[in-house]
Write a protein that binds this ligand. Structure first.
Ligand code: GLU
Length: 285
């Protein structure tokens, strides 16, 4: 089976053990099949991304001995592709501008909660028959009109997860997700869907924290005519407090372990064997 996998970190900090765990799984899946392992830098958030962290990612992967194929894709170079996809969705009436602030959405008492926080109550969603053109000079993001999008996709959509099996896509629970932010012509959901297709990714390896996002990605694939990769959502490493391993609960940065003289081969071997070194643990799948 032909396999193209990818590691797609955001350059907002140094890589830690949780990233190494994900990267090695993506790397090995491809390498064991004689396939390709790609690196993509998810730097759409210009305020949080740093060039020094991009360099750090490449340095840390090289230290671990995880070699990627071909050029590194940078999402900041891909804005025209995202803008084009957004324009196509807009032409079909599937996205609408939203002028609400975060505080306004949070204050909307009726907002039910989805996997990513409060579900947008639909304040700016156009109602058919109502005409005044929105003033696009005001700061706005673009939201997917979820009900319309699901209706337009028509058939029942499914995707496959290596652990969970066939899953029926249920993006509706997440409401009208943001497809382009106020400052950028894209969002995580749109960029990741377009780029996995553009890079020919056959197998997406990533943490369980993004399992629910896959429902949205599957819908976007259907709307944009893109192929659906196979998914491999893996358990997250946890810190000593049992919550997701992150800087705040003591995740060790690879750069720090390296400075302390840690052996990268031993670290990789431990992660491959399912042992979680340096006080981290396995979370619930
Ligand atoms: N850039 C995302 C992150 O660093 C991962 C995206 C993905 O694997 O789909 O959490």
């Amino acid at each position: 089976m032909w396999i193209v996998s990818r590691f797609a970190p955001s350059p907002t900090g140094r890589l830690h053990l949780g990233h190494a765990f994900s990267a090695v799984r993506a790397h090995d899946l491809a390498r064991q099949a004689g396939g390709r392992f790609l690196l993509r830098i998810e730097d759409i958030d210009g305020t949080r991304s740093r060039e020094s962290f991009v360099a750090g990612i490449e340095e840390d992967l090289a230290w671990l001995g995880l070699v990627w194929d071909g050029p590194v894709m940078r999402q900041s170079d891909r804005m025209p592709a995202y803008a084009d996809a957004l324009a196509r969705l807009r032409a079909r009436g599937l996205v609408y501008p939203c002028f609400c602030t975060r505080a306004e959405i949070a204050a909307s008492a009726s907002a039910p909660h989805g996997p990513e926080g409060p579900v947008y109550p639909g304040t700016c969603r156009p109602v058919s028959g109502e005409a005044p053109a929105p003033d696009l000079d005001r700061p706005h993001c673009w939201r997917l009109d979820m009900a319309r999008a699901v209706a337009e996709a028509g058939e029942t959509l499914a995707w496959h997860d290596a652990s969970a099996g066939w899953i029926t896509a249920d993006p509706g629970a997440q409401g009208d997700v943001v497809l382009a932010r106020k400052e950028t012509p894209t969002s995580y959901h749109l960029a990741v869907t377009i780029d996995d297709a553009a890079q020919g990714v056959t197998d997406v390896v990533r943490g369980m924290d993004l399992f629910e996002a896959t429902h949205v990605h599957r819908l976007l694939q259907a709307l944009l005519g893109l192929p659906t990769p196979r998914y491999h959502h893996h358990p997250l490493l946890t810190g000593p407090d049992g919550t997701r391993l992150a800087k705040r609960n003591g995740a060790r940065a690879l750069a720090e372990l390296r400075a302390e003289g840690a052996d990268p081969a031993a670290l990789l071997a431990a992660l491959r064997a399912g042992q979680v070194p340096f006080g981290a643990g396995h979370g619930e799948a």
